[in-house]
Write a protein of this length. Structure first.
Length: 393
């Protein structure tokens, strides 16, 4: 499209894809709502219809993690593909990932472990969970009988395992073979979840969560693989805007149909379908955002408030659950009448205060502490030597 002599379309792959900050914002706010209401989402309680509606929406917030996985698979695979010809391929990737991920992670881990210890967790629990989390194995701690002192770290472990294994595959395999590998993961993972659910969700290699399987990397890798497939497609002859629009529409329609089917088929197949199709909804959302964000109406994909939360999403994910713990500890000590106990207004008050504070902490961390390390990523030696675009991640 040409408007006033200016081409209104951009290529899908660009050095900066601002619409993906909007997607990050959606993902982190979904997770915050889910964790904010917590176990109350699964306790039957008589409520007005509007309250039940809000909690129904919040109850789907766990899907924000799946959205993060698809987005991460897309961005990281793109970065790796675009730098595959560099002689410093591995060192550059891992140094940049370490500067982005490790400082905030280790600081938060130290804070959480100290908090848990002073609030009664046995010292050996703190040491054991700390040892697993230190090397990003917190999602495997349960296999060894180690108590999880900060459960949300499981998803960061899955991401780190992806960072550990995927770069070698991208470097060694052709794009066609890499795509086939990702496709096989997308086929195998749902089968693993279906098998686990068919056997009561008690398989040693599968974590159970409200009737579904999660936690372990090999049970959740298909979201990352879908994002990887999207990154490969974006860098192929199929990576045109029109194709991304078609992909988003087709995947969305099929996902709605599969969701409807999951309600009428027997369990555990229905549960497995619902747990799998969420990744495809995420794929449709990312593909749709990339299409919208490269066209004349890109402003609809660049929403400032969501982009702000996307900008601080990593720190906010790390800190938000601990901040809720802090809030509950303070009100239990000084204002016990504010402890929610399933009361909807008090739950909302807790969410607003705790997550408002978490937002402030995450922003300050992002522009000071995290930014100090991120500036180290911009050394002259890190300038791309290939012509491919490198996405910001």
């Amino acid at each position: 499209m040409i408007a006033n002599g200016v081409d209104q379309h951009e290529p899908i792959v660009r050095p900066r894809m601002p619409e993906l900050d909007t997607i990050r914002g959606i993902a982190i706010l979904s997770v915050l709502l889910f964790h904010g209401f917590g176990d109350s989402l699964f306790i039957p309680t008589a409520r007005p219809l509007w309250q039940r509606g809000i909690m129904l929406v919040a109850g789907q917030g766990w899907a924000g993690v799946n959205l993060f996985f698809v987005l991460s698979g897309f961005l990281i695979t793109g970065i790796l593909l675009d730098s595959a010809g560099r002689p410093d391929y591995y060192s550059r990737f891992y140094m940049r990932r370490a500067l982005r991920i490790l400082p905030a992670y280790y600081l938060m881990l130290a804070i959480v472990l100290t908090w848990r210890y002073f609030f009664g967790a046995p010292a050996h629990w703190v040491l054991e969970f700390g040892a697993f989390s230190l090397i990003y194995l917190s999602n495997l701690s349960g296999l060894f009988g180690v108590a999880s002192l900060y459960p949300l770290l499981w998803s960061l472990s899955v991401e780190e395992h992806f960072y550990l294994l995927w770069p070698a595959l991208v470097r060694k395999l052709t794009r066609r073979v890499l795509a086939v590998t990702a496709l096989l993961i997308c086929i195998i993972d749902p089968l693993l979840r279906w098998y686990d659910l068919s056997h009561g969700g008690k398989s040693w290699w599968a974590g159970s969560h409200h009737g579904g399987s999660y936690i372990y990397t090999w049970m959740m890798a298909d979201g990352l693989a879908l994002g990887a497939l999207l990154a490969i497609a974006a860098r192929s002859r199929w990576g045109m805007r029109a194709n991304f629009a078609r992909l988003a529409a087709i995947v969305f329609v099929i996902s709605v149909a599969v969701t409807a089917l999951s309600v009428v088929v027997s369990q555990p197949l229905g549960l497995c379908l619902r747990g799998t199709v969420v990744n495809y909804f995420a794929l449709a959302l990312v593909a749709g955002a990339l299409w919208l964000g490269t066209g004349a109406y890109r402003r609809w994909a660049n929403i400032r408030l969501l982009a702000f939360f996307g900008y601080i999403s990593y720190g906010l994910y790390l800190v938000h659950d601990w901040m809720m713990d802090v809030y509950y500890a303070i009100v239990a000590r000084f204002a016990p009448g504010l402890v929610p106990q399933l009361d909807f207004p008090r739950m909302c008050l807790a969410i607003v205060i705790a997550f408002g504070a978490a937002t402030a902490v995450a922003y300050l961390s992002r522009v000071t502490y995290e930014e100090f390390f991120l500036r180290m990523k911009q050394r002259p030696a890190d300038r791309p030597v290939t012509k491919g675009a490198t996405a910001v991640a």
